[in-house]
Ligand binder design. Structure first.
Ligand code: NAI
Ligand code: SOE
Length: 380
């Protein structure tokens, strides 16, 4: 049967532009879907760069103004792969134009923006999703299944870290094309919105709502040259952040993120300790789930390392790929996210994380920053 087209217009062609384009190109080869992705247009401010990207990845056309892209009648969905300060305006324009929206994380610069975005998206009733992709690493999705099967019993602790080391040099400027993450005006916040937001999204999904937080942040390098103005300017982002929290289910949370952990490039780890079992996961070994089950008895009780690559259909996503025992990686989490989005789209449903789900993550991020500023516990 002929597939229906799902015509994508993508804005931004950087890191995520590439990761998403790769996912769009692969998804139809590995998942059985009603829709076929058509790479209809890519938008970038430089026409030459947009054309070069379009040629490389197979986009049919280019635009240099995202407003024109959003208004095009031959596009079903807009994919927002630009810095955080542009997410709100583009999403709201998409909602008004009746387009499905796939928006990169974090949803917004702050909760106020996120609320406006949710209102517009929900009023328009357009399918929507935010790219918190780590939920769809099979070993992480597997933890969700194990929680739903009741294998942990009561959960006592949730712990997560996201560690990097790329901003330690004082000479690194802020702002501009590659360094917008260091500029509060483009990023909204530092590691809280960029890295902890991933940990928070996964935590809310696995362990439920967070009631309150107590945080500390630090900006180790207080001034940096701004690429756009050429002047040395105050740094407005958090370089590091750690927080404690209470989850609504009574468990305790402990989160840490920094760009000053020498030696770590993108070390996202999480651990859950329950009454009957514990689980650990590590992005640098992403196909493995570390699992401890208290019901294993005697001298063989201990941590198991499960290679999540089974083809029984009981482990999430893995049977869609190669053969048992051969692992997949980072890029596949995006393929899974598109596959799930399209399965929902065919039924007229949005799959999580929706804009509304991502607003909850934003609420936690804002509460974390408010707590760090006030040095007080902050309700979410
Ligand atoms: P990047 O700096 O690699 O690319 C940003 C792109 O936006 C560039 O192509 C730039 O030319 C374009 N751009 C900026 N202003 C524009 C405008 N007015 N019109 C059209 N294009 C414009 O950034 P990256 O890493 O791709 O990040 C983009 C978004 O994706 C951010 O929101 C970021 O937080 C998120 N992200 C998410 C990740 C994930 O794990 N889900 C990983 C990396 C980034
Ligand atoms: C920052 O270096 C970054 O690319 C984040 O923006 C992403 O969201 C994270 O997945 C990896 O690190």
């Amino acid at each position: 049967m002929a597939k229906k087209p799902f015509r994508v217009g993508m804005i931004g062609y950087g890191f995520m532009g590439r990761a998403h384009s790769n996912a769009y190109r692969k998804v139809g080869n590995f998942f059985d879907l009603e829709h076929e992705v058509v790479l209809q247009a890519v938008c970038a401010r430089s026409e030459a760069n947009a054309k070069a990207f379009a040629d490389k990845w197979g986009y049919a056309s280019v635009e240099t103004d995202w407003r024109k892209l959003v208004e095009r009648k031959d596009i079903d969905a807009i994919d927002i792969c630009v810095p955080n300060n542009l997410h709100k305006e583009i999403s709201i324009a998409c909602a008004k134009a009746g387009k499905a929206v796939l928006c990169e994380k974090p949803l917004a610069m702050n909760v106020a923006e996120g609320e406006e975005m949710c209102e517009a998206i929900e009023k328009a009733g357009v399918p929507n999703m935010v790219w918190y992709n780590y939920r769809r690493v099979p070993a992480v999705t597997f933890i969700k299944q194990l929680i739903e099967e009741g294998r942990f019993g009561r959960i006592f602790h949730y712990r997560a870290n996201f560690l990097q080391d790329w901003t330690i040099s004082e000479d690194l400027p802020q702002g501009g094309t590659a360094l917008w993450r260091l500029d509060a005006a483009a990023a909204g916040s530092g590691v809280t919105g960029d890295l902890l937001a991933h940990c928070i999204d996964t935590a809310l999904w696995l362990n439920g709502s967070i009631a309150d937080v107590n945080a500390m942040t630090e900006t180790f390098i207080k001034e940096r040259k701004h690429t756009l103005t050429g002047k040395v300017e105050k740094v407005g982002i958090d370089d590091a952040c750690a927080f404690l929290c209470h989850f609504q289910n009574g468990s305790l949370g402990l989160f840490e993120s920094t760009r000053y952990a020498r030696g770590h490039k993108a070390l996202y780890t999480l651990e859950i300790n329950g009454e009957r079992a514990s689980a650990k996961w590590d992005l640098h070994d992403l196909h493995r789930l570390q699992w401890f089950d208290y019901k294993d008895e005697g001298k063989l009780r201990g941590w198991r390392s499960i290679h999540v690559s089974d083809h029984s259909g009981e482990q999430p996503y893995t049977d869609k790929w190669w053969v048992p025992g051969l692992q997949i990686g980072y890029e596949h989490s995006f393929v899974h996210q598109v596959a799930d989005f399209l399965a929902g789209y065919a039924k007229g449903e949005s799959v999580g994380p929706t804009f509304r789900d991502a607003l909850e993550t934003q609420r936690v991020c804002d509460a974390v920053l408010a707590s760090a500023a006030s040095k007080q516990w902050q309700k979410v």
